[in-house]
Design a protein around this ligand. Structure first.
Ligand code: APR
Length: 320
């Protein structure tokens, strides 16, 4: 069987980390694409030279040409700019929408059979736009946000309960970041739901509420510490987990931004829900019954995504 091919569209901080992870796990040959000249080639060469030491054996190529992503099995998109001080939300939307148009057209032309994972922010709007511009089937285009948000939540919960992160599972829904909806009834330590752990005296409602708030602003906390740039290790590893689920037909149940077709009362919108990822891309959407509070929070999240799409359509009327 031919080796798999992983195309990374955007070779910045997350893109470079994705390349290292994809190479060290030998997911396939790696192509790093970026509009910046020299940089993707430089990162590819640097990483290729790590191969003999780390013992991974894959080809790495840096490029400015979409031709090189031809036939990719997986495309992970981080191309775009981050919001800078003084930039309005609409400025950012305008810039990254244009980037999604170029990327979507490149994927449509050279890798129309790929499983596409979008990371570019604002995530729920960008993954929708990327799908529109690429014309790929909805089940083959997803956004990475939930795995990262739930990883942040799991880390904080493990610290609070003083248990291994391995035993903590977390359930999150909704948009990325501020409007994320952690469902604590479905978040557990080795199967024991968080509300039961509160009853057992392992934590308090106030402390869990604070953890939820910290998780929601988890990206901002890192930006404030780094001062230049945003998180990249956890976002990259989260997207790699999704890529592996597809490449190895693992049927993992992971929270992702997926296109809803009526689930949770929502249609034609990308929003974070638990999905099964396997060889068929998004194979199934898990629709759980939400309690009134979670449903209310989920609706707030959905409204925020809807608002972003209205702004996108205003900026680019070709989007309907
Ligand atoms: N095509 C390809 N690459 C592009 C394009 C484009 N049209 N426009 C910009 N890029 C590249 C930049 O040259 C840069 O190398 O995208 C890369 C983005 O990398 P970083 O600025 O380092 O950003 P990173 O930290 O990797 O985050 C990428 O993910 O979490 C989100 O908000 C974050 O949208 C951002 C994205």
């Amino acid at each position: 069987m031919a080796r798999k091919k992983i195309a990374l569209i955007g070779a910045g901080m997350i893109g470079g980390t994705l390349a290292h992870l994809a190479a060290s796990k030998e997911l396939g040959d790696v192509v790093l694409f970026d509009v910046a000249e020299g940089m993707p080639e430089g990162k590819a060469l640097d990483l290729a030279q790590a191969g003999p030491v780390e013992g991974f054996d894959v080809k790495l190529k840096g490029t400015n040409s979409y031709k090189d992503i031809k036939g990719a099995d997986v495309c992970i998109v981080t191309a775009g700019v981050a919001r800078k001080p003084g930039m309005s939300r609409d400025d950012l939307l305008g810039i990254n929408l244009k980037v999604m148009k170029a990327v979507g057209e490149g994927i449509k032309k050279y890798a129309p059979k790929a499983f596409v994972i979008c990371i570019t922010n604002p995530l729920d709007a960008m993954v929708w736009a990327l799908r529109e511009f690429s014309g790929l089937p909805h089940n083959m285009v997803v956004g990475m946000a939930g795995v990262l948000d739930s990883a942040r939540f799991r880390h904080f919960l493990a610290e609070e309960f003083n248990v291994s992160v391995r035993d903590v599972t977390a359930f999150v829904l909704g948009g990325h970041g501020d409007t994320m909806v952690p469902v604590i009834e479905y978040s557990t330590v080795a199967g024991i739901p968080v509300p039961d752990l509160i009853k057992m005296g392992w934590s308090t409602k106030e402390k869990i509420d604070a953890i939820v708030a910290r998780t929601r602003s988890g990206g901002g906390e890192i930006v404030a510490l780094l001062k230049t740039g945003s998180a990249y290790y956890a976002p990259a590893t989260s997207a790699i987990e999704m890529a592996q689920a597809y490449l190895n037909d693992q049927k993992r149940l992971l929270p992702c931004a997926a296109n809803l077709t009526g689930q949770y009362g929502v249609k034609n919108l990308y929003v974070g829900v638990p999905v099964v990822i396997g060889a068929g891309g998004v194979e199934r959407i898990a629709e759980i019954k939400l309690n009134a509070k979670a449903q209310k929070n989920f609706n707030v999240s959905v409204d925020a995504v809807k608002e972003l799409l209205v702004a996108c359509k205003k900026i680019d009327p070709s989007l309907k």
